[in-house]
Design a protein around this ligand. Sequence first.
Ligand SMILES: Nc1ncnc2c1ncn2[C@@H]1O[C@H](COP(=O)(O)OP(=O)(O)OP(=O)(O)O)[C@@H](O)[C@H]1O
Length: 251
Amino acid sequence: MQPILRLQDVSKVYPNGTAAVQEANLEVGEGELISFVGPSGCGKSTIFRMAAGLSAPTAGKIEVLGTTPEEARRSNGISFVFQEATLMPWSSVRDNVALPLKLRQAPRKVQDEEAERALELVGLQDYAKALPRQLSGGMRMRVSIARALIANPRILLMDEPFGALDEITRQTLQEELLSIWRRNPGMTVLFVTHNAFEAVYLSNRILVMTPRPGRISREIAVDVPYPRGDRFRTGPEFGRFVGLVNESLKH
Ligand SMILES: Nc1ncnc2c1ncn2[C@@H]1O[C@H](COP(=O)(O)OP(=O)(O)OP(=O)(O)O)[C@@H](O)[C@H]1O
């Protein structure tokens, strides 16, 4: 199978001399949902920024959708969701979601229709005219996800998107993400989290990174079929996987 994203011996040393990533190797297949876990500062965000073409590696090669990361981003093949929802405070929810289409100069009618459709996917169809400050943290994150989905990306990069949310909201958004992912069989999701429970619940594969400079030290396949639901979350198998992730983080 042709990988949709490939890192070959990728390293990143920042101009101030900080070695953030060292010889990371990775192949991601279409339709995977992969989580990255690792200690703070081990280079997870750096890998994501490089994969999205927002920062260049200092060594090695990254291939996304058979081309360069920059090209994949320009053609809307790859979208990014950050930890903070980063919305425009003066614009309505609908206009925030429509931004990627506006930047592409899509007709206003298309922008509105597609924004409504994306808002429906995240359950916010009734909030199209609201301003971001009128929403809760979880709702703002949903807007941010809708904005990433509007361009129909083949790869969605999510950098600790649920880190700032309470546990209940986090679990709701996990379910929504899984449901969106399952309804779009070709969509590949890469997800950064500090939370072993979240990684196990969501992913088909977990990549554990070493402390900085980050390398991918271990891969854990969570070979449990979807939909997973509460039975998986509360069962013995779940605990075994979480134990495996936590154990791997110690080495
Ligand atoms: N622009 C930059 N210039 C210099 N050093 C940087 C820059 N961005 C990140 N770093 C450093 O590179 C290392 C990796 O940072 P990165 O944000 O990729 O880690 P992370 O694993 O995502 O961390 P966290 O889990 O805390 O979000 C850190 O030591 C960080 O201080």
